[in-house]
Design a protein around this ligand. Structure first.
Ligand code: G3P
Length: 215
């Protein structure tokens, strides 16, 4: 399973990259705003900075909601760096834009996916990645993992190559559950990835080994 980090924070991306387990980065307009990145020039430069830290795919989201605008913005983003993936919302115009980019060989990430039907449409349009938001489904008392499970079944039934990129991942159990179901990728904050490291018996056992080594 691939690990992407879901942030626009360069220090956190560097830290995840240094850990040696990072396969890519996802961003969205909210994450860019959180880092105080404003204005088109600064935003474009920030995407290039991210690409220069990670060796994997970097999702950069379009703001336009009409087909022509998405194509214009997506082409500008894709021109920034070969590893930029154009992130496009699951709306009617977005599906058309995904098909357009797919036909041109430009990678896409279909975002804001909350149903199996949306994921099926994204795959048919040729999305490289589909991003079901598991945490936001949990927030409204629907099990986000049921959606990952349904998409896995549908994609496997027909051999769709679109990768399931579980997003809105909030904690380590989300990551474990996605791995058990067979999501291709998770994107998570650094805290959720780092939390996979922890076990009290590891700490206790190491303390014992170090104490015994001194004897
Ligand atoms: O990848 C999508 C993600 O950024 C949304 O996460 O926690 O805002 O639902 P969250």
């Amino acid at each position: 399973m691939k690990f992407f980090i879901d942030t626009a924070n360069l220090d956190q991306i560097r830290e995840a990259q240094d850990l040696g387990v990072l396969d890519g980065v996802t961003t969205n307009p909210s994450l860019m705003a959180k880092e105080g990145i404003k204005g088109q020039d600064n935003i474009l430069k920030h995407y290039v900075d991210i690409c220069n830290i990670t060796t994997g795919d970097v999702s950069a989201e379009v703001i336009a909601t009409d087909f022509e605008g998405m194509v214009r913005e997506g082409e500008m983003l894709a021109d920034l760096h070969p590893r930029i993936v154009v992130k496009i919302p699951m709306i009617k115009e977005g599906v058309k834009a995904i098909k357009y980019f797919s036909d041109k060989g430009i990678k896409t990430n279909c975002t804001l996916v909350f149903s199996a039907g949306q994921a099926l449409l994204a795959a048919k349009a040729g999305a490289t990645y589909v991003s079901p938001f598991v945490g936001r489904l949990d927030d409204i008392s629907q099990d986000g993992m049921d959606l990952i499970d349904d998409i896995r079944t549908i994609y496997d039934n027909y051999g769709y190559e679109t990768e399931i990129l579980a997003a809105s991942v909030r904690h380590p159990m989300h990551i474990i559950q996605c791995a058990k179901i067979g999501a291709d990728v998770i994107t998570a904050p650094l805290s959720a990835i780092a939390a996979l490291l922890n076990h009290p018996l590891t700490d206790k056992g190491l303390a014992q080994f170090l104490a015994d080594a001194k004897k």
